[in-house]
Write a protein that binds this ligand. Sequence first.
Ligand SMILES: Nc1ncnc2c1ncn2[C@@H]1O[C@H](COP(=O)(O)OP(=O)(O)OP(=O)(O)O)[C@@H](O)[C@H]1O
Ligand SMILES: [Mg+2]
Length: 259
Amino acid sequence: MTSIVISSQKGGVGKTTVSINLAFAFAKAGRKVLLVDADPQGSVGLSLTRQSRKLLGFFDYLSEDGCSLQSLVVPTRMETFSMVPSGQGEGYELGGGYNESVAERVQCFIDDAESDGYDLVIFDSAAGLFGITRDVLVCADAALVPQQAEPLGIRSVPKMLQGLTDLRAMNPKLKILGVLLTMVQRELAESAEAADSLRELLPEALVMLEEIGRNDLFLKASGKGVPVGVLQGAEALSNNFNGLRLEIESKLGLSRDNA
Ligand SMILES: Nc1ncnc2c1ncn2[C@@H]1O[C@H](COP(=O)(O)OP(=O)(O)OP(=O)(O)O)[C@@H](O)[C@H]1O
Ligand SMILES: [Mg+2]
């Protein structure tokens, strides 16, 4: 089993959107995927179900008298695609620094997911590299860093990558998959320049080849509570996420036999 965290320094760069649609792409390819909402805002749950505010979830698992993983899993219409919402998490203290006992619970969660037969766990996370996001990164196999293609945001990327590299002291297996450019508007000079300057700034291996364009269908999809790929007219976007899936499989050396 492989665990991937979708993580960024800045908020609102498309983490939740990428988490949902990447999970969907892997599930469509036949991998058994668990999408986990590790953001206390609960955005994945709100995007995919209407009742997630009441559901138990990841933060309940982390709390001292935590519950079993199986009791938290919400199925979707697709057999290979399940979700764990963020939950209530009463008793779980948000914020603060890296917490060894929380990281141990995160590791238990990942181990349980493996025992339950999942091929892949994708964690959506809250912005920044502190608190629970840090605890999850300390346990996971890989990190993908969405970054909106806009001039100011691009500047924070090297610092974010350095932060992830520093975390490898605690988790040497953590593979930095790279930056994924999101909300790219190639027709807009500022956006295209921001995207290109990031590609110039970073080593090739640290920027995903695939880019996610800005598209109103993402808003439509989140209004309907579905991955964008199920909407009519979203074939090109589906292809982007499928391309991203293939890039990730190649970077992680995931064998095609399992898919
Ligand atoms: N490629 C895109 N094209 C158009 N809109 C997008 C795209 N990606 C994300 N959005 C929209 O931008 C907003 C922020 O996206 P999203 O919630 O995925 O970001 P986030 O990084 O998870 O934010 P947060 O840090 O608050 O969790 C949402 O309204 C989403 O629908
Ligand atoms: Mg989010």
